[in-house]
Design a protein around this ligand. Structure first.
Ligand code: ADP
Ligand code: MG
Length: 167
């Protein structure tokens, strides 16, 4: 586990998971740490576990198992647990203007917004966000997750996840 503090203040944390369930548990810690109005972006190739992480996050928000599926075709799924959850997938988008045209970031008050493939249109997103990059680890079911908190809300959430993960 490494924690790096840059100036301007951006916090980076790297951790690993060794199975889909492990990624789900990490997602649950993230869901439990959320307080509302946060933006979480998920980047990484197909099959890296972005949707699996969101399923855990939804569990942490108190949503029933099986609620979250990939929004690749619908682009956005809305759920409501302890907080509203807007789950988006930018895989099929290519033009940053589509975010405004489709009102993709018009979410209910207190909603948590989670975006898969966010790096496709990253420049169009608010700056206070928690970015999570998933890449393969050395073992088949291993994933390396790099978390980058770019603003005060994102840093608070990341600190809470780190604390819960260390327990
Ligand atoms: P993405 O949304 O990034 O395309 P999914 O979450 O839909 O990925 O799928 C991840 C796939 O990888 C699942 O089939 C899952 O079983 C498998 N997998 C293997 N190891 C892991 C891991 N450590 N974390 C998450 N998923 C894993
Ligand atoms: Mg997915």
């Amino acid at each position: 586990m490494t924690v790096t503090v840059h100036d301007p203040p951006v916090v980076v944390w790297t951790c690993r998971t060794t199975s889909p369930d492990d990624t789900g548990r990490l997602g649950r810690l993230l869901g439990e740490a959320l307080e509302g109005n946060e933006l979480v972006t998920l980047n990484g190739d197909l099959g890296m576990g972005k949707t699996r992480l969101v399923q855990g996050l939804a569990d942490g928000l108190g949503l029933p198992p099986g609620t979250v599926t990939s929004p690749t075709f619908a682009i956005r799924h809305d759920h409501r647990g302890r907080l509203p959850l807007a789950h988006l997938d930018f895989y099929r988008l290519s033009d940053p203007d589509e975010i405004d045209w489709l009102g993709l970031l018009d979410v209910p008050d207190q909603a948590v917004t989670v975006i898969e493939w966010a790096d496709k249109l990253q420049t169009a997103l608010p700056s206070d966000r928690l970015e999570i990059a998933l890449r393969p680890g050395p073992e088949r079911d291993e994933r390396v997750l790099t978390w980058t908190a770019r603003g005060p809300a994102a840093k608070r959430v990341l600190t809470a996840v780190q604390t819960a993960h260390a327990r």
